[in-house]
Write a protein that binds this ligand. Structure first.
Ligand code: FRU
Length: 508
């Protein structure tokens, strides 16, 4: 039986989705039907297709009582929208169905585990909330909440926790059939613990271990944990709230962090040896991963983050999108991200320029480019666009003082990626992208060239820019509210350098 809240939300979505044209959306990044979305949820492979759910408030472009939206895909890039899945309609999730995950069951049904949020007070206020873990089971389209929800409650743990901070279950199944879940909890002393529970049937859960405890040094609550083996290392992805910046990292308040280490599954001992911000741009949070049938670990994040989430530009009809799916690897002990290989077959209309000289004075390779004396910028025929995959290889850093690559540009707008070799500093800056609020618009990241060469891959999809530096050693993600007519790409140097530029349109 469908609840009134679910029926109402589905009807609302069906009616209002017609107000948004496909041209207003990105081409291959997933957006919600209408309204607001945040974290990716339930990223899973079910009956031979990828399923993605997301935190969803269909009624407005701001966060509200959380529902789950749903879409599926065969290639991780073209998504088919499915009916809204969960609405807050039970006493235990009356304030929202928070983030969670999914897995295919032996009987061919799809299992979801999510955090139900309810109020401990009669007035349903946010002052005193209780978070518990709940199940829903479905066929890939319709889902029913488990009749004995919640299945994991704060009082099921062997130690005291804050009722309001017990959330974001990530489930997976071991080869022997054991169900596992990692969850984030806060102790009364406000330390965050990532805990592991196990189960035979996904209903009765036993607490096994605290994998790691953070004592304020690295922020407060670590939201949305994900824990997996990757290239022989054990990776813990978390999104810590209120974390202090360190050098050029963790400036967002709400950050993303990858811990890389070793793990003994017999003793549950997890020893991280490396820590890093997952994405060094502005708009990336709460990522979730999947292991694909061909053995790739793929991560998708919310392409937004809490600090800027109150700044939907006036008039937008939906707010929030998910990031490009990224393949994860460990290289030299560090987490590396690459755009999914599925993107390659969408690369069309190549424009390939080799050994382009960019100079400060009477700039550039005039044979190939068009130099504008006023702006000191060079454009190259065919190098433009807003739905593109472009790699710039900076081959000579010895005489370069500063390189500027300007994208999504016209006379009024531009977003810049710049690099200063002496300081080994890259900056991504969308101050002039047309975003109407004076919020944070730029981020710096520390980048060392590899063997004297720097590569920057730009993936653009109408309303976003994701850069992958030195083969994905670092990434930077920003959303752009720049009009689509601003599609110019320009290059400028202080000092001089030599570039290879390889640009494709991404065609779907
Ligand atoms: C992360 C998060 C989760 C929570 C959800 C609520 O962005 O705060 O911890 O489950 O969003 O929408």
């Amino acid at each position: 039986m469908m609840s009134d809240n679910l029926r109402m939300a589905r009807e609302f979505e069906e009616t209002h989705i017609r107000d948004i044209s496909e041209e207003e959306r990105p081409v291959f990044h997933l957006t919600g039907g209408v309204g607001w979305i945040n974290d990716p949820n339930g990223f899973s492979f079910f009956q031979n297709e990828y399923h993605m759910f997301y935190q969803y408030y269909p009624y407005d472009t701001i966060w509200g009582a959380m529902h789950w939206g749903h879409a599926k895909s065969k290639d991780l890039l073209t998504w088919e929208r499915l009916p809204l899945t969960l609405a807050p309609d039970e006493e235990y999730d009356a304030l929202g169905c928070f983030s969670g995950s999914a897995w295919e069951m032996d009987d061919g049904r799809h299992l979801l585990m999510y955090t139900g949020v309810s109020s401990l007070e009669q007035d349903q206020s946010w002052k005193n909330v209780r978070q518990t873990q709940c199940l829903a089971v479905g066929d890939g389209v319709n889902y029913e909440k488990y009749s004995s929800n919640p299945v994991i409650r704060p009082e099921d743990l062997p130690f005291e926790i804050r009722m309001s901070d017990f959330r974001d279950p990530k489930i997976w199944r071991e080869k022997d059939g054991t169900w596992n879940v990692v969850l984030s909890v806060m102790t009364p002393e406000q330390n965050c613990r990532i805990i592991l529970l196990k189960s035979r049937d996904a209903v009765q859960w036993n607490y096994c271990a605290t994998l790691i405890e953070s004592t304020h040094a690295l922020g407060g609550m670590w939201e949305c944990p994900d824990f997996f083996l990757l290239d022989g290392k054990q990776v813990l992805l978390v999104s810590p709230i209120a974390m202090e910046p360190e050098d050029h990292e963790f400036h967002a308040g709400h950050n993303t962090m990858a811990l890389i280490g070793s793990y003994n599954p017999d003793t549950y001992e997890y020893i991280p040896s490396e820590k890093r911000q997952i994405d060094n741009g502005i708009d990336f949070y709460a990522p979730q991963t999947i292991l694909t049938p061909d053995g790739r670990r793929i991560m998708i994040g919310w392409m937004q983050a809490w600090p800027n989430s109150k700044f939907a530009p006036p008039g937008v009809k939906y707010f929030g999108q998910l990031s490009l799916p990224r393949e994860l690897y460990i290289r030299d002990g560090k987490l590396v991200q690459e755009p999914v290989k599925e993107l390659l077959s969408h690369r069309k209309n190549p424009v390939i320029l080799k050994d382009v000289h960019i100079r400060e004075d009477q700039n550039s390779d005039c044979e190939k480019g068009l130099y504008d004396i006023h702006s000191r910028q060079t454009a190259f025929p065919g190098i433009e666009g807003r739905v593109i995959d472009m790699t710039v290889t900076v081959k000579d850093l010895s005489r370069l003082k500063k390189l500027d690559i300007r994208v999504a540009a016209d006379t009024e707008h531009h977003t810049d990626v710049s690099y200063v070799p002496k300081r080994e500093l890259m900056r991504i800056d969308r101050s002039h992208s047309g975003y109407l609020f004076d919020i944070v618009h730029s981020r710096d990241m520390h980048i060392c060239p590899e063997n004297g060469v720097l590569t920057i891959r730009f993936i653009m999809d109408r309303h976003s820019l994701e850069i992958f530096i030195n083969g994905g050693e670092r990434t930077g993600t920003v959303v752009l509210f720049t009009p689509q007519k601003a599609k110019g790409i320009f290059f400028a140097a202080e000092g001089e350098t030599v570039l290879d530029i390889e640009k494709y349109d991404l065609v779907f």
